[in-house]
Design a protein around this ligand. Structure first.
Ligand code: HQG
Length: 179
């Protein structure tokens, strides 16, 4: 399997369905590397430790992280599985961006950004990244988020290990379409 295929399979297991290969995640989303490799091998994806480390290090969005001891791995964000990633609140930059598509726009401008099946709404520090995120679903539409005003109003922002900004929701008053 190529690195993209491996990354997709790891995302599925580490963000959504660890039970699909019989591994468990702790409260912060970590799982034992050796147990993960054994379980993957038992489910048709034999992967060496070196190959796993290569995917963690070279993944285009740095989706995965190995802990300091080198014995545990987790996804840095994007979970639907219940986890507490333990990121501390940080003041966001004044503006953040969200990429979406036309067909969601009316709902988003009416009710704001909602996390859907993920734990948090994902925001990007730059419009170009948001455009790429929106482009996964069609012609991208970029929304600008007044993060300064949200922070001033008490909304809590965290930033994942791979630089994605996370917030519970974005009310419509803080959204504007980026032209
Ligand atoms: C939309 C990928 C209707 C929202 C990406 C999005 C990102 C609403 C979709 C990361 C809505 C959710 C996250 C509302 C939000 N009404 N639609 N009120 N609020 N939406 O995939 O931000 O490759 O869960 O605009 O690169 O697209 O997985 O979130 O279109 O960083 O590492 O509902 O996933 O990273 O979709 O993407 P998602 P997202 P990975």
């Amino acid at each position: 399997m190529d690195v993209v295929g491996i990354s997709k399979r790891l995302s599925y297991v580490l963000r959504h369905q660890p039970g699909s290969i019989g591994v468990t995640l702790d409260d912060a989303g970590w799982t034992d590397v050796d147990a993960l490799l054994n379980a993957l091998a038992g489910h048709g994806l034999p992967l060496t430790r070196a190959e796993l480390d290569h995917v963690v290090a070279t993944n285009d969005k740095r989706r995965f992280a190995v802990d300091e001891s080198g014995t545990r791995v987790r996804a840095s964000q994007g979970h639907s599985h219940r986890v507490d990633l333990g990121y501390v609140a940080e003041p966001p930059p004044p503006e953040l961006f969200h990429g979406t598509v036309d067909r969601f726009l009316a709902a988003i401008l009416a009710e704001g950004l909602r996390p859907g099946r993920r734990h948090a709404v994902h925001l990007s520090a730059d419009a170009a990244t948001a455009r790429t995120v929106g482009g996964r679903r069609g012609h991208p539409v970029v929304l600008r988020v007044d993060a300064a005003a949200m922070a001033a109003a008490g909304h809590r922002f965290t930033r994942s290990a791979n630089g994605v900004w996370l917030v519970d929701a974005v009310p419509p008053a803080y959204l504007a379409q980026q032209r």
